[in-house]
Design a protein. Sequence first.
Length: 364
Amino acid sequence: MTVYNLKLQVLSPIHIGDGYELKKDFDFVVHNKHTYRLNEDALLLKKQDMLKEDSRGQYPPPGKVLLEKDFQNTSLFRYVLRGFPRSPKTDARIKSFIKDVYDQPYIPGSSIKGALRTALAWSSWKEVSPSLDNLNPTKYWASQPVETQLFGPDPNHDFLRALQISDLTNKGKPIDNLVLVNAQVLTQKSQDSPIGLEAIAGDITFEGTLKIDEFLFSEIAEPKLHFSNRKHWLDELLPRAQKHSHARIISLAEWFEHAEGTQNIADFYTNLANSSLKKNQALLQIGWGGGWDSKTYWTYLQENPKKFEYLVGKYHLHKGAKGSPPRKEGDPFPRSKRAAMSIKDGLAKPVAPFGWVLLELTPL
């Protein structure tokens, strides 16, 4: 077993959801431009006399019974975030970040492994030349035949069984770097669909371990697993990941250069493209907001324009706005990106993409 220390440095806001949406005045409240996550048990115990039904038989939302002085009582809140969602409405929603039982956010190893899996598939495509014919008719399992050609026929014979990544944590208090980020969907000429998110942002590093199980490439395992012809993929893991990321960064820099009001993001990508990395480092995009090209075979799906348009139609991949003209062959795909927004005087300005990190591996 080869073991590495895996260090992850946050470069842009990261959101990895736990599947929950938090509701304003039920799960959180906004006060002095901060978002307070309610400790429901402590709040209900302290304010039980105020939480009574009215003449219509309805109870007030827990957040509505808080007084100014209550915001000094830390026991009423699980944690506090800098920033607040754009919507002032009761029942406004924000997407919750994944956390441990102590409300400390962490980076799941599965998020790193999934991004590396996509990078390996893209960077190794020409070595395998998988066929895009006979894809699974079900949208969410469409690529299963391609996965079989790239990585193996089933989970027990999947080449990436050999790659094991732990969850990544921070020795300090990453909750201090958990903030409320307002996101939007951008096209090159418009902004739409505001979304509130808990996200990790700022100068923070997470650490964990990355292991490669060498036994699965041994002479004993080879007759059953047939992994040896893929071992060099893991030997070149970070260079292959960086090859994929660099190609995407160049493409994304160009997209944002031509979009309205997104020069900050274009400059971010230009700086990434020009960064000098060590051999044991790679840039990677993880979590929410990475977009279609970060989670698919990207350019290889688009090599044959007619076949690609067939796939777009078959799997209903094009989601145009209501009233927008139908898609034509050769139209850009995807049309939109997601970005973190800065809100000032009620106006939203794109300031950063989501999910970019710097990975570094050090042998243990």
